[in-house]
Each structure stands twice: as structure tokens, then as C-alpha cells.
Design a protein around this ligand. Sequence first.
Ligand code: BCO
Ligand code: MG
Length: 242
Amino acid sequence: TRVACPPPIRRQRRGISARRRLREFDVGDRFSRLPLPKASVLLPLTVRAGKLHLLLTVRAMQLRRSPGEVCFPGGKREAIDKDEIDTALREAKEEVGLQPEKVEVVCRLVPGIDKMNHVVTPVVGFIEDTFQATPNPDEVSDVFVVPLEYFVKPSNYKTLPYKTSSGYSGWMHCFIYDDHERKMSFKIWGLTAHFAVFLALVIFGKHPTFKVEYDLDNLISSAETNFMNLYASIYERKKSNL
Ligand SMILES: CCCC(=O)SCCNC(=O)CCNC(=O)[C@H](O)C(C)(C)COP(=O)(O)OP(=O)(O)OC[C@H]1O[C@@H](n2cnc3c(N)ncnc32)[C@H](O)[C@@H]1OP(=O)(O)O
Ligand SMILES: [Mg+2]
């Protein structure tokens, strides 16, 4: 007689193929020596009702930078951090009470660059579905989860134009996510949306319902080229200001 696969095993299988795809995209320490200040974010993945979800935070209103914006747990590198993973785990503990030993770190993805010209490394890790966040009110006003699939198949999406101080112009993704259970809406845009979309593309390997800045047949190399073009525009500008 055939016995139906119990939910925990099915969940594990989903996790295994996601992990395998993520490892193919691991950049390791390839971007670690770029001469710009560093920051890291943790992209915490969790399986709820059999589906991958991403945990996000809302920044406290009293923060000097980006108050009230949605972002991943994360922050600037400190001298005690030995690498980008250390920074992400330390910040996640400080901001949402996530113990580092409760995170199964899988990879580092291609970095992004924030408004203050930090190279921001996304660190991807699995966390338990039972994790209950304890937001640090100095830095975080709310914590919520979004199904990862929303970042390839959103119901409320638009693009926003932007221009950096280095003269680099482009557009950003902007998602409105309605959390029906909590009767709340969250606006996820900019660098945070950029990381969430890339993660969803890596894991699902399918075309999103909106236009993206990558060649989807060469996702790794086009992501690296996009980053290096942005980095070069900032680096050139810094040099000419010296
Ligand atoms: C060109 C793209 C730009 C955009 O995309 S804007 C669009 C939407 N917004 C986003 O996507 C958010 C993107 N930003 C980020 O993810 C983060 O800012 C980023 C880059 C990871 C940097 O991390 P932060 O969280 O800003 O840095 P951080 O965590 O190290 O510090 C935040 C501030 O908190 C302060 N802080 C730290 N511990 C504290 C404590 N115990 N009590 C009170 N304050 C505390 C800390 O000093 C810092 O303040 P400040 O920023 O230096 O004024
Ligand atoms: Mg932070």
C-alpha cells in the first residue's frame, strides 16, 4: 500500500531544491574587497502552509535614515564582524531577536548599493516556521511575512523612476502587499524589492509577470554585470571628487 507523504517531508523536499539553486548563485567572498563601506541584510526564508515566505521589517519612525520603510533585518558592518554573514546575523539578532544558531545560512547573493553608497550583501538563510520575532522598538516597528511567489506574480505592482547622486538613472520595483489576515498593506520598493525579486527569480527560475533588469537565460552573469556597472558609476564619481 502507498502511504501519502507526510507534510514535513514534502516541506523538506521543497527546501532542498531551493537550497540547491541558491548554492549555485553563491558569490562567496568575491565582492568582499571592493573599496566602499559595507552593510549586509538577512533574507530570512521560512516555510508556512507548504510555501516559502520571506520575513521583512518596517523601520522605526525615529531612525535617521529611511524611517518607516520596509527592509530586511540588517545594517552596517562593524569591526567585530569577520564577514558579511556575521554582519547579517548580528543585525538580525539585534533587530528582531533571531538567534544566529537558529539560522541555516545558505549563500550570499550579488550585492546592491544603497543611498549612502554602501555595498549591501544579501545573505540568504532558512529559519524555523515557529520563529516569533521580538522587534527592537529602537529600530523596528513591525515584522511581517510575504509569500516569496508574490515577488514574481504580484497583484499590485508598479515601477518608480530613480536617479542616484552619481548620475545613474533607472527604475525600481514597487510592490504593495496586502496582508489580509492582519488587514494591513505594506509598500516594498527600492533595494529591498530588488533583493526580494532576485531571490524569487533564483529559486523559482521562471519569468515574472513584470519586466526585470536581467537576462533570464543568464541570470548570474547579468546580475553581476548590472552590479558592476552601478558600482563603476559610483567609484568613478568618488575618484573624480578626490
Ligand atoms: C538606491 C536605493 C535606495 C532605496 O532603495 S530606498 C527604497 C526603499 N528602502 C529600502 O529598500 C531600504 C534599504 N536600506 C536598507 O536595507 C538599510 O538601510 C541598510 C542598507 C541595510 C543599512 O542598514 P541600516 O538598518 O540603515 O543600518 P543599521 O541597522 O546599522 O543602523 C540603523 C540606525 O540605527 C541606529 N542604531 C543601531 N543600534 C541602535 C540601538 N540599539 N538603538 C538606537 N539606534 C540604534 C544606528 O546608529 C543607525 O543610525 P544612522 O543610520 O547611523 O543614523
Ligand atoms: Mg538595520
